[in-house]
Each structure stands twice: as structure tokens, then as C-alpha cells.
Design a protein around this ligand. Structure first.
Ligand SMILES: [Ca+2]
Ligand SMILES: [Ca+2]
Length: 217
């Protein structure tokens, strides 16, 4: 009887924990009409959820679903932009065109966000460019309290399956850019800085960033 009661208490605690979880609410822009579908070549592509269908929501404990990035978030980059301003990445405008998009040169590049202080990161969502059917190469998202990412680095996403970016081999899948961006589980990592890597896309060598949002507490 005692055993049964202990089990019930544990089960109730588990249920309460599950009930306390909330879905992160990303603001999804309308899909961009890209005309004729384009074939993309990738040997590591995840299955597309289908038009109008979105990925399963990221569930986090209540209170950890706050958007941490604002238009005042400081954005730095690996190299000077080809076009656009760093602020475009946090201006809440997700229109995939030159007026709202930061474009970095070709090769391995990164965009880094400073959250201002250490936070618990529950999710990161990245919108590159959904202007046509395309897949960005070697998408890697890392968190750290070190602005230089030399120590204490946690990788929360890495689809560089053949390690061409030399940051370690990743097991995540490549994905088609869509209007819902790419939500990534932050795994409740404590960090001040968020760094998002890419190495061009199947459409062009440059690296485009429309928006990056970080959630947590
Ligand atoms: Ca933007
Ligand atoms: Ca690669």
C-alpha cells in the first residue's frame, strides 16, 4: 500500500510537471511564394513536414518561454556584411528580401547575439532566407558565456555531417528553408551568447539571415 502511494505521488508529480510545460510561440510570417519548386541536392535532408504543416512545438517549463531577443540585442558577425545591417537579424521583420535581410559573404560565416547577461536558453529559431527552395549548408548553433567561443561551448544544433566547417561532425539533418524558420531546442543551457553558423546554401554561396529569436528566462 505504502509502495502504491509512493508511486501515485511520483506519478502525480510527473503529471503536474508535464502540465506546467508550455509551447514556445514563434511568430510565423506568411509563406513566400517561390513559383516553380526547385530541386535541391542533399544527401542529409530531413523529410519536409509538407505545405502548411509545421514541426512539433518546442515544450518548455512555464516561465521559460519569454523572448529574450529585442531590437536592441547586440549582433556581431564573422565578417562585414555584403548587404543589410546587423540589426535586421533582430528587428522582428521576417520578410525574406533585401530590405530586412543581413547578407554575409560566402564560406563559413557566423552571426552572434549578445543576450546582455547569462540566461537559461530554452529555444532558438533561425530564419535564413525562404525566398526560394533552398537548404543552408553546415548550420551550427552554439551557446556560451565566452564571447569568443573558446571555452564552455554547448552545441545545440549541428547538421555539418561531414565536418567541412571543422567544428565537429553533427548528427542533425539538413532542412529546407520555410516560413516557420528552424526552431531548435536550447536544452535549458545557461549562456550569454548565441552563435549561428552557416556555409552558404544550395542556391548561392552567400549566407543570408532574416531573423534569429532566442527564448528562455
Ligand atoms: Ca529581420
Ligand atoms: Ca558539411
Amino acid at each position: 500500500m505504502k509502495k502504491l502511494m509512493a508511486f501515485s505521488v511520483a506519478a502525480a508529480a510527473l503529471c503536474a510537471f508535464a502540465a506546467d510545460k508550455v509551447a514556445i510561440k514563434f511568430e510565423i510570417p506568411p509563406p513566400h511564394s517561390s513559383g516553380t519548386p526547385k530541386e535541391v541536392k542533399s544527401d542529409n535532408l530531413e523529410p519536409d513536414p509538407g505545405p502548411g504543416k509545421y514541426r512539433a512545438p518546442i515544450m518548455v517549463p512555464a516561465g521559460f518561454d519569454k523572448k529574450l531577443t529585442t531590437e536592441d540585442t547586440v549582433v556581431t558577425t564573422s565578417e562585414e556584411a555584403v548587404t543589410g545591417d546587423n540589426e535586421y537579424v533582430v528587428d522582428a521583420d521576417k520578410t525574406p528580401d533585401a530590405t530586412c535581410m543581413l547578407q554575409l559573404p560566402g564560406g563559413v560565416q557566423w552571426v552572434q547575439l549578445d543576450l546582455g547577461a547569462e540566461k537559461t536558453v530554452s529555444a532558438v529559431c533561425v530564419w535564413h532566407d525562404q525566398g526560394d527552395d533552398r537548404v543552408y549548408k553546415d548550420v551550427i548553433v552554439q551557446l556560451s558565456n565566452d564571447a569568443k567561443f573558446a571555452t564552455g561551448v554547448t552545441t545545440i544544433f549541428n547538421n555539418d555531417h561531414d565536418n567541412t566547417s571543422k567544428l565537429g561532425k553533427g548528427t542533425d539533418k539538413e532542412y529546407r528553408e520555410r516560413n516557420d524558420g528552424r526552431p531548435i531546442d536550447g536544452k535549458m543551457t545557461k549562456a550569454r551568447y548565441v552563435r549561428c553558423y552557416s556555409a552558404g546554401s544550395t542556391s548561392e554561396p552567400v549566407n543570408n539571415y532574416v531573423e534569429i529569436e532566442v527564448f528562455g528566462k
